[in-house]
Design a protein around this ligand. Sequence first.
Ligand code: ADP
Length: 302
Amino acid sequence: MTNKTFLSIGEAMIEMAVVGPDTYRRGFAGDTFNTAWYLAKLLPADWSVKYFSGLGVDAASSEMREFAKSSGIDMAPAREVAEKTVGLYMIHLDGGERSFSYWRSDSAARQMAGDVDYMTERFMEADVLFFSGISLAVVLPEHRAAFLEAIGKARAAGKTTIFDPNQRLRLWKDQTEMSDAISDAAKVSEIILPSFDEEQQFYGDTSPEATIERYFAAGVNTVIVKNGPGLVTAQTKGEAPITVQPNIVENVVDTTAAGDSFNAGFCAALLQGADLAGAIASGAELAGKVVTSHGALVNDAV
Ligand code: ADP
């Protein structure tokens, strides 16, 4: 049995969630990290799930490595950046409303693409590479071209490159910087998993079909357009478009990580031989469970 590697790429952060007056509970989360966390539970034993990022050499970074390891995620590929540490965010609760404060602008993860040879070697060791628009925003602007070039090399070498645009305008200088980077990322991606609300907001797409056409033109081979509880619309170049209706979930309590868990369920099924419709149904099934619990990493969902 040959071992295969799924390499997720991005930033994991310390999460501090308020649990009482003056008391926070520490966790670890981040979009591509959440996807890796679910994949580690979903993929069979012949797959390794690894995480590429930037990490410090301090206690906080070691604790993150340990948490990842205990969840089945190997952070060995992460680039060590001795003088930096991991990013952090706090979840504040005001009545039922959650709000977030972030300390990530100088995190070790921002330096993940600072050693091009090291990064390219790690990417070439993987079979599947997964990254997002948040990964791309975190990579320092001066490293972004080299980062995408390394992903492109992996794709050219026959590896499957998978991208979720996850467009968060506040992480970018402006919308032009964001949309330029997203279309450059699409050029090196085999599969893309956008959410329709963002495509509508930032590109004026009038339908999921319009989103699909735009990403086909950019060079993507398979486009899966998520749409909250609505229809998922997807197409592979040269084949007919399909739609899949996610099951209706009555007791939605927190949609955090809906997209991240969808991506994990989708990838796990696809990599085990499911067809496009079957993989989408698996993604929607997992996401449908995740939205019925609080938090990003829901043990009971898998
Ligand atoms: P993102 O979190 O990336 O914005 P979406 O909101 O489009 O992604 O949701 C991703 C997937 O999660 C959807 O395709 C769907 O399968 C599932 N999902 C999201 N919200 C709901 C909901 N309210 N009810 C059922 N499924 C949902």
